[in-house]
Write a protein that binds this ligand. Sequence first.
Ligand SMILES: [Zn+2]
Length: 443
Amino acid sequence: MKPKSADILVTNGTVATLDADDTEIINGAVAITTETITAVGPADEFDDWSVSQVIDAHGGIIMPGLINSHTHAAMTCFRGLADDLQLMTWLNDHIFPAEAKLDDQKVYSGALLACAEMIMSGTTCFCDMYLFEDAVARAAKDAGMRAVVGEVLYDFDSPNYGPIEKGFEYTQTLINTWKDDPLVTIAVEPHSAYLCQPELLKRAFNLTQSYRIPMVIHLAESKSEVEQIKERYGRTPVEHLAEIGVLAPNVLACHCVELTEDDIDLLQCFDVKVAHNAESNMKLASGVAPIPRLLNAGICVGLGTDGCASNNDLDLFLEMDTVAKLHKAMALDPTVMDARTVLKMATHHSARALGLNSFIGSLETGKKADLIVIDTHKPHLTPMYNAVSHLVYAARGSDVTTSIINGTVVMEDRRLISLDLKKVIKDVTKIADEIKAASLNSR
Ligand SMILES: [Zn+2]
């Protein structure tokens, strides 16, 4: 009988598959051929396989890559530029002036740095909203990362495309350019109900319906947003989107901090997906989204970091730890948001939120090979009674040793293979030097 074969065998680790049954294999292995997982099982079942490359997990954890369901990757350029300020001061005096000077090349460099940071902290897929998104798509592709990207659309002129009409043309070009790409998917991304007229929102939504792609939007992020929308339309932001007919299962609503019970019913009724960005909401003092309530209503909630200027890192391991603890403290109930629920949010639910759950989010035969290996031979991960507990409460992004995306090894033993990290850091440092010089000159 011909021996079974694989391109890559990741073996000798606890496999947390995060499949529907939460199957865990204590000494397990995952076989990969081209971009696909071809088998998952006990390591000894693969003894007679012919394998081109063996990756030894050394008794660590093998799991699906984490999925960041909402970020603005190129904002790595503004990490730590301005903290501890009121939202409007932060935006108007610091972020908007810096963003006005962005161009395609700077966004590419910032996004590439974000990809490096995300890969090195266990993220294999991200959903991005920003300017010059073709540069973000190229950065993701060059880094070997999976990404859902979309150009931010709003009523006023954009530093990238100018008037909104050109924004739709730019989005159409993105859709045409990246269709059939194995790593990059395009979404249509109107910024929010407060920066987009109903006509813009409806047009964006219709585009997503004709191409069957996601619509990503900021929704109910803060009290002031809700007040603005109520003043303008006499209803909450969620009611407003329902009223103009742009809520549907392909809509990913980011933040959802300020919701009424009726809003939650609407989100559930239209099967809208939610991206939860706890650390960003905390840092900007927007509040705490009612995530346990949304989960109880059966709403799909993924995890995101939001942009680096409001977080200030892209490490989803730290985000998971925060999310689990924040909601326990809010509810005064330690049983709320258990580790498994939070881990599922950062993997399977994020995948579903992006419409990618038949491809990624768990380790199962036939799915795309997006997986990571965690080194557990560390003081803060010893002993290990429960892998899931460690992943949420004790592990950090820096514990990830190896990352495979779409069957390609992009990091091995913490060495980035797809990127020249020194150059990536140098390029963004140069951009930051220009931002510093410009702010000194304007004083
Ligand atoms: Zn955002």
